[in-house]
Structure formats: structure tokens, C-alpha cells
Design a binder for this molecule. Structure first.
Ligand code: PAF
Length: 283
């Protein structure tokens, strides 16, 4: 596996592959890799000629400096995992390489409400930072297909919209959330849970599944109220939001209409670790 940290070198490495018309699959990450990331790598390997992964803890998408400081980093182990899963190139630039002199590229894309609800509301500036970095990474690596986990459902919708607005020649591929045996969505942040917190963390997915089961038989407001209460029955949890929204626009749903394609999404603090998860309803 080729390891590259400079933009110029990454472009040079990609160029001959593009010239040959090879398909480049791209998995953007912030490192601290787990099985969820590795599934994306494996899917990319099946669907492309070349697979590239980036590891870059993108400072401009963190609205909370403490969260940025505590973000787990383990590049040596990550590189080993990528290598053994057949990744062809790892691009892991320093912050100065991506944002020389601390300057970030302009991002003037208008997403309407899509980047303002839920994560957008509670993490102001987060999606602006995600869009800046993903756009830049696409520009450097010229992928044909880019893979994103559905755990970050709103991020997937924002990036899909970005691709449409800018008319980028890349397919955005959303992949199913990978879960631990007890249902907890895999996340680099899980590493920060205490043993006790880890034991009860399954509650988030359990409540989401129950919401899916209750589905349209229960009024939306009642479902949301029930879910909030149920999660917080254990005082270690604090729900930041629990929303039921239309799948593509992420506009909150107030009443079940006919054939509503919905998704239930939540952000929950367990101790001081913020976890997000979601399930699609009525597939
Ligand atoms: O989902 C992530 O890990 C990040 O938001 C991404 C897409 C790599 C951009 O920094």
C-alpha cells in the first residue's frame, strides 16, 4: 500500500490510473478505523479497480475544540488495517497541507434546511467543514465512487446534495451501518465510553428498533416523546434530539402521510460522549 501525505504526490499517483480509465473507489475517514470503515474498503475493492482511503482529522468540522482534542488517533494501526484489507493508497495529509496558513477554501453552497436541522443545529458549522474537506479530497483524488456509512445519515444526504449541486462526476454510495453484537453502531467515539457506559449503550439502538416496530401505528409526536423518555430512563443518557424526518430532505415529519419514506435519527450523550444513530422506517 502506497502511503502519501502531500497533495501533489497524491495527484501524481492517481494520474496514470485515471489515464488508463481505471475506476477509483474512495473511502474518506478521520482514522481510528474499525470494522465499519473496513467494510467500506472491501465494498470499494469489489466495485473499483483501485481503492484509496484518506485519514484526516478535519479541524474545521469540529465545533467543539475539546471533541477535536479528544478525537482518537492511531495512524500506525490504521495503516496496518488498511494494508491487510487490500487498500491501494492511503492519503494522510497534515492540517497545514490541506489548509495552508490556516486558510480554508470558500464554501458557498446553499443547502436550504438540510444542513441546518439536527446535527446542523447542534453542531453549528459542522457540515460546512465536512463539505469543504470532502470537496477538496474529491478534487485531489478524482474518485469514480465514494463510500460513506449510513450511521452519519445526514452527512450522507448533505454530500449527495453537494454532488448534485456541483455536478461532480462521482457516485456517492451509502453503506449500511455496521453494529457491534449488542446493536451499538460502530464509531470511533465508542472507544471513549467507560466499561459501564459501554454495557448500557445498546439502549440507543433498542429504542430506535422499537420505534421502527411501533411505526405508523403511533402518532409521530407520541413516538418521539416515548423514545426520549425511554432512552433517558437511565440517567447516564441525555438525548440532544430524537427526530423523525423525511429520508431525503430530512424535514421533520409531523403526521404519517401515505407512503412516507422516513428515518428516525437521534443524538445522545452517554456520559460526556456524544453518539448518533438512526434507522430507516417503512423500507
Ligand atoms: O465521516 C467522517 O469520518 C468525516 O466526516 C469525513 C467524511 C471523513 C470528512 O472529514
Amino acid at each position: 500500500m502506497k502511503e502519501i501525505s502531500k497533495i501533489k504526490e497524491a495527484k501524481l499517483w492517481i494520474k496514470p490510473h485515471l489515464k488508463k480509465g481505471l475506476r477509483i473507489g474512495f473511502v474518506p475517514t478521520m482514522g481510528a478505523l474499525h470494522e465499519g470503515h473496513l467494510r467500506l474498503i472491501r465494498q470499494s475493492k469489489q466495485e473499483n479497480d483501485i481503492t484509496v482511503c484518506s485519514i484526516f482529522v478535519n479541524p474545521v468540522q469540529f465545533n467543539n475544540p475539546d471533541d477535536l482534542a479528544k478525537y482518537p488517533r492511531n495512524i500506525v494501526q490504521d495503516a496496518r488495517m488498511l494494508k491487510s484489507n487490500g487498500c491501494d493508497m492511503l492519503f494522510s495529509p497534515e492540517v497545514e497541507e490541506m489548509y495552508p496558513d490556516g486558510k480554508t477554501p470558500n464554501n458557498d453552497i446553499e443547502f436550504g434546511m438540510l444542513d441546518k436541522v439536527m446535527e446542523g443545529k447542534f453542531r453549528p458549522g459542522h457540515f460546512k467543514g465536512v463539505v469543504i474537506v470532502v470537496r477538496k479530497l474529491f478534487d485531489i483524488l478524482s474518485p469514480s465512487n465514494a463510500y460513506f456509512g449510513k450511521k452519519d445519515y445526514q452527512q450522507l444526504m448533505v454530500i449527495t446534495r453537494m454532488k448534485e449541486i456541483l455536478g461532480l462526476p462521482v457516485n456517492i454510495i451509502g453503506c449500511e451501518t455496521v453494529r457491534e453484537d449488542d446493536g451499538l453502531a460502530m464509531s470511533s467515539r465508542n472507544l471513549r465510553l467507560t466499561i459501564g457506559e459501554r454495557q448500557v449503550a445498546r439502549r440507543i439502538f433498542e429504542v430506535l428498533c422499537k420505534v421502527r416496530e411501533k411505526g405508523s401505528k403511533t402518532p409521530v409526536w407520541e413516538l418521539k416523546e416515548w423514545a426520549n423518555k425511554k432512552i433517558q430512563e437511565d440517567s447516564r443518557f441525555r438525548v440532544e434530539y430524537f427526530e423523525i424526518a423525511e429520508r431525503e430532505t430530512l424535514m421533520p415529519i409531523e403526521n404519517w402521510g401515505q407512503k412516507t419514506q422516513a428515518v428516525a435519527l437521534t443524538a445522545v450523550y452517554l456520559g460526556d460522549v456524544r453518539l448518533i444513530d438512526n434507522v430507516e422506517l417503512f423500507s
